[in-house]
Write a protein that binds this ligand. Structure first.
Ligand code: FAD
Length: 470
């Protein structure tokens, strides 16, 4: 029998990981990408945002250096920050290209769409059309920003996240429409670099999927960084007035307020990028473009898989990659399932904010009997050294079996620390097991163990009455 022919459509963190995994398992793999290998994540998403956020972090640290005895005359060279971001992005994209080549994945540049369930055609930039047949298809076409139907949304001052990554100067004022992860990260970036930022969010709170108590801590930090937040507020129009736009907002109390800004970032969410695929020609079930899959990442059509943002599930790069490995393994005859249980959500603010498992809000909603263990980071030596001790660790623990159900961290390096908690949830670890694990000193990670101790009313570095509040 010959090798299984696998065609992967889309070269983002879902598609390229699926292609490599399928090749590792002996597949003959072709990857079709219409634009840039690395997809949203490497080119206009995770990596470029974090590269610029790193600049903001260094800038802030340098400005506040005198507290640590470092006196500098700090100046921002944003064009240098932009070039550094571009160099990092290119290095990673080139790295992925080499990995694909090393795994003998053939890459075709062009736009793919289905002719039927066994065939796609690929239109290349020079107008040629190539037909490809395969035993298995893995669709990984990602997502694109949603543009809400607001009068004036096409004003020249309105930008999406890709536009916000390309600015060559720091605007004086920016209105950010949408207080989700992307909006809040750009608010951190431009607010730290001196822009007066206003976030307009329709829901009760920014970052609604995160723990509300910890979000309040973030709100107070954002306020110190030139970021004003209006929740339960709605943009009703945008007007181009030459050098600035006027954004009219209906506030939570029903009054209207006009915000002037040089840039209005539209970050109200993303939608699946499946229109060009002609899914109906292959009979692939979808809900308004969100491809329906089972836990093997297979669609209703046998042998056709869909992964990452185009499924409309948790739109995160690490989810896309995890989907990709599962789909490739199933496509090559193995048995693999995707489980969302250990999926962390990270927000790269300053301090960082990360979460895995149940929030307290969800535990209440689901009538789960839980206990909270909390540890404030002002009582953690390393946090105090690094950023003055802002933040908190909060564990949600099952009352009967003491298993970790959720973990929420706001503080330095939260996005790295959350991995320990994800592992604990994956292993169904109890607080006792976290307590029995020796954590290095001085680290921020020690505070995770202290939060577990707090749940047991035996935190060492904080009076226990204060540590356990629920
Ligand atoms: P994508 O990365 O979108 O890749 C899809 C690829 O398919 C694209 O390259 C596209 O050109 C190609 N394609 C589409 N249609 C076709 C077609 N018909 N034929 C051929 N090719 C096609 N996630 C995180 O986990 N952490 C973060 O910090 C983070 N930060 C983000 C910041 C921003 C500003 C944005 C916008 C997103 C961020 N994300 C982050 C989300 C993350 O980028 C996405 O979840 C991830 O890229 C999804 O991967 P994917 O492979 O499903 O799709």
């Amino acid at each position: 029998m010959g090798k299984t022919k696998v065609v992967v459509i889309g070269g983002g963190p879902g598609g390229y990981v699926a292609a490599i995994r399928a090749a590792q398992l002996g597949g003959q793999v072709v990857l079709v990408e219409k634009e840039h290998i690395g997809g949203t994540c490497l080119n206009v998403g995770c990596i470029p945002t974090k590269a610029l956020l790193h600049t903001a972090e260094v800038y802030e640290e340098a400005k506040n250096g005198s507290e640590c005895g470092v006196i500098t005359n700090v100046k921002l060279d944003f064009s240098k920050a932009q070039s550094r971001k571009n160099v990092i992005t290119k290095q990673l994209v080139d790295g992925v290209k080499s990995l694909l080549a090393a795994n003998k994945v053939k890459v075709i540049s062009g736009l793919a769409s289905f002719s039927d369930k066994d065939t796609i055609h690929v239109k290349t930039k020079d107008g040629k059309v190539e037909e490809l047949r395969a035993d298995r298809f893995i669709i990984a076409t990602g997502s694109v920003p949603v543009m809400p139907q607001v009068p004036g949304i096409d004003a020249k001052q309105c930008i999406d996240s890709t536009g916000a990554l390309e600015l060559q100067e720091i605007p004086k004022r920016m209105v950010i429409i949408g207080g989700g992860v992307i909006g809040v990260e750009f608010a951190t970036l431009y607010g730290t670099l001196g822009c007066k930022v206003t976030i307009i969010e329709m829901q009760k709170e920014i970052l609604p999927m995160m723990d509300g108590e910890l979000t309040k801590i973030l709100r107070s930090k954002l306020a110190q960084k030139n970021v004003n937040v209006y929740t339960e507020s709605k943009v009703i129009s945008i007007k181009d007035e030459g050098t600035e736009a006027k954004v009219t907002v209906e506030l939570s109390d029903g009054t209207k307020k006009v915000f002037g800004c040089e840039k209005a970032l539209i970050s109200v969410g993303r939608k699946t990028n499946t229109e060009a695929l002609a899914l109906d020609k292959a009979g692939i079930l979808n809900d308004r473009g969100r491809i329906t899959v089972n836990e093997q990442m297979e669609t209703n059509v046998k042998g056709i898989y869909a992964i990452g943002d185009c499924t409309g599930k948790s739109m995160l790069a690490h989810v896309a990659s995890a989907h990709g490995e599962v789909a490739a393994e199933n496509a090559l005859g193995h048995k693999s399932k995707f489980d969302i249980k250990t999926n962390p959500s990270c927000v790269y603010t300053n301090p960082e904010f990360a979460s895995v498992g149940l929030t307290e809000e969800l535990a209440k909603e689901q009538n789960i009997d839980y206990i909270v263990g909390k540890f404030p980071l002002f009582a953690n030596g390393k946090s105090l050294i690094m950023d003055g001790g802002t933040g908190m660790i909060k564990l949600i623990v099952g009352k009967e079996f003491k298993e970790i159900l959720g973990a929420h961290i706001i503080g330095p390096r939260a996005t790295d620390l959350i991995a320990e908690c994800a592992l604990a949830i994956g292993l169904e670890a109890t607080v006792d097991e976290v307590i029995a694990t020796i954590h290095a000193h001085p680290t921020v990670g020690e505070a995770i163990r202290e939060a577990a101790l707090a749940e047991e009313q035996r935190a060492i570095h904080i009076p226990n009455k204060k540590a356990v509040l629920s």
